[in-house]
Each structure stands twice: as structure tokens, then as C-alpha cells.
Design a protein around this ligand. Sequence first.
Ligand code: PMT
Length: 399
Amino acid sequence: MKIILGVGGGIAAYKSAELARLLMQQGHQVTAVMTDAAQRFVTPVTFAALTGRKVLTDLFAIESAIDHIGTAQENDLLVVAPATADLLARLAHGLAGDFLSTLYLAFTGPVLLAPSMNVNMWQHAATRANVEILERRGHRVIEPGVGYLACGMTGAGRMAEPEEIAAAVDREARAGRDLEGETVLITAGPTEEPLDPVRYISNRSSGKMGYALAEAAAARGAHVVLISGPVHLSPPHGVEVIQVRTAAEMRTRVFENLEPAGIVIKAAAVADFHLSHVPDQKRKKTAARLSLELDPTPDILAEVGRQKGDRLLVGFAAETENLRQEARRKLESKNCDMVVGNLVGGTETGFESDENEVVLVLSTGDTVEIARASKREIADRIFDEILKLRLSLHSAHEA
Ligand code: PMT
């Protein structure tokens, strides 16, 4: 694969030299593009020696006049490491003042970003917003590690190790567009069940897990239909989003869009109960106790399971205990091929967090554990396992 290694101006630029070496070792052709600031930390000669290729630095050099377009067209993948706060901001907002940022705008392939900065800069609202824009655009952000930082502080912001970045690049290179031609139907977020015109029952789901799955599937070439409960996330790039509010609306939309879907993933936290007859007017507050009789909502996953056909059906299990047992029970009772179990109730993973830790319970009897990682990373691992599972179910069927 032909890879552009964009090097930003941070102390972690020295680690990118090792990344260049690892990518070369994996058999890729690597072209380094360095910002002016990057060249203050490491000289282009280092990257030229490691990659055996000219290092691109100057947008205004005569021979570079159209090189940013040509380089963008000739290469298959762009990895930016270190991606500094300034570089993330420029890429997020399309500022194209140097070779790397101009090339980025002209590049249409997959983009991986390995941020590196001081912990406060990483947590700043401006950086969070820029990262969100870039992720929504379908780019992979390889989360920085937690530890001692060059600035003397300790916290999140240290660029991921070159081995981790090289592994993510390799996965991207291997995964490529392995969902091309596939329609993937995903549900995400909570549902809201009204109690009157102003009140409702809902839950803590932010939609992050389901949106990460949608992004991953789109990046791998799928046509993605995302049926989303009310969340505060921007629609992922290239994904058809259908907004719903209640479990009943979600059910209607799922069945309307089920037919072309070869893979169905139910990551939404659908309310289990609702009020069947919602009053037209706001309930008045009185001193008396209020009791409401709630009815069960339709179990959409179980209903899809009953008419699954050839589809691969993936449910989620949000549990606070007995994760594996409950995930397997849901797999069997809802006729799924895979159930993704995650513990909820804490703050680090599960609901609302940017990270998750899951166990996949498969209809083959196997289980696969995926250690804590960003929801986007987990999403890709889930698709890797979905594709493997489909192959093994297919071979078992043929035998
Ligand atoms: O959105 P985030 O903040 O990122 O959080 C992610 C998550 C924790 C919501 C997600 O990872 C998750 O676990 N989603 C499923 C939540 C849930 O409703 O789990 P459950 O165990 O109650 O339901 C089991 C399965 O049945 C789920 O696939 C659910 O979508 C489905 N279901 C449930 C009830 C219902 N009436 N209809 C359904 O289809």
C-alpha cells in the first residue's frame, strides 16, 4: 500500500521516525510530508533515509506546484502522527496553508490521526470539538495514551506508540473496503417514551456506540442506514440517518428498511416500557402520589430475529452483572448470531463514555473479548468478527 505519513510539529515527531520504519517493514511505500514545525523537531533527512523517498515540505517549491494533488491521488492512505492541536484544528476547518493541509483536502482515501499534546490542550473544548468533526468525517482517531508528558504533566495526550499506530494502519490496509456492496442497518441512541406533552421516560444512551458502528461500516464501504433516537451527535459522513423518538417509531423504521439489509445491528437502548395512552394535556402537579401503569414496548430485536432470513443479526446486551450469561441468554431468546455484551452503570465505559470494553457472544458457542478501547476501535473489531462469523456460518452451512 502507498502511505502518506504526515508529521506535525510536536515532540512526538521523533516517534514518527520509528513509525516510518515499521510501516516500511510491513511492506508499504511511505512518503513523509512534514510541516514547518515538524522540521524543528526532526530533520527531513531522517525520514528520507528511512523511507528512501523525497520528503515533501514546501508547498511553494517550484517542483511542488502541483505535487500535493498528485501525491494525494497516488497514495492509498494518510496517517498523521503526531497530529498536534493546531494541525487537528486546521484539518477540521479545511485551512490549507501548507503542503500537508492542502494535500489533506485533495486526498479521498482513509485518514488516521494520532494526536499528541499536553493534557489540558487535549481536553480543551476546542480540541474536543475538532476531534468530533474529524471523527464524524469518518477519520480514525487513534486515542493518545495516558502517562508522563514531555511538558512535565501527567495525563492523556501522549501519542500512541508507533507499534499501535502501525497496527491500526495495517488493519485499515487489510480491512480496506470489505463491506462494499453491503447494506448495514444500525440502531443507536435512546428512545423517549412520553408521559404527557412535556415529560418522558428515557435512558443514558448517548448514541456514541451506534454512531461509531455506522462510521466504521461506512468507512469500509457499506451503505449504512442509521436509525437514531434523540442524541446530540452530528450525522456521520456518508450515512443515511433516520431520526426517531419512541420505540414504536423505531420499530416502524427498522421494518421499513429491513429488506435490503444483510447485517442488522441493534445498538440502541430501546425503552422496555411505555405509556400506551398519553394524555393530550400536561399532568397537573398535586399532593397525591402518582401511579402510572406502563406497558411493554415491542421487542424489535426479537421480532427481527423471528424473520431473520439470511441476515446476520447482532444485538447488544447492556448489563450491570452476569454479563456473559445474560448476553448468551439474549442471543438465544432473540435468535441473534452475535450479542455484544457491555457493562453499564459505571462512567469509564458503557453509556456516554468515549470508550467501551465488550465481550462478543457468538452463535457458534465462541466468545471473543475486546479490551477497553475507543468506541470507534471497538466498532471496527466488531465488524472484523462479524465478517469472520459470517464466513464460518457459511462454511458450516455448506458442509
Ligand atoms: O449510546 P452510548 O452512550 O454509546 O452507550 C452504548 C450502549 C451502552 C447503549 C450500547 O453499547 C448498548 O449496550 N446498547 C443496548 C442497550 C439495551 O437496550 O440493551 P438491553 O440488554 O436492554 O437490550 C438487548 C437488545 O435488545 C439490544 O440490542 C436492544 O437494542 C434490543 N431491544 C431491547 C428492547 C426493545 N424493546 N427492543 C429491542 O430491540
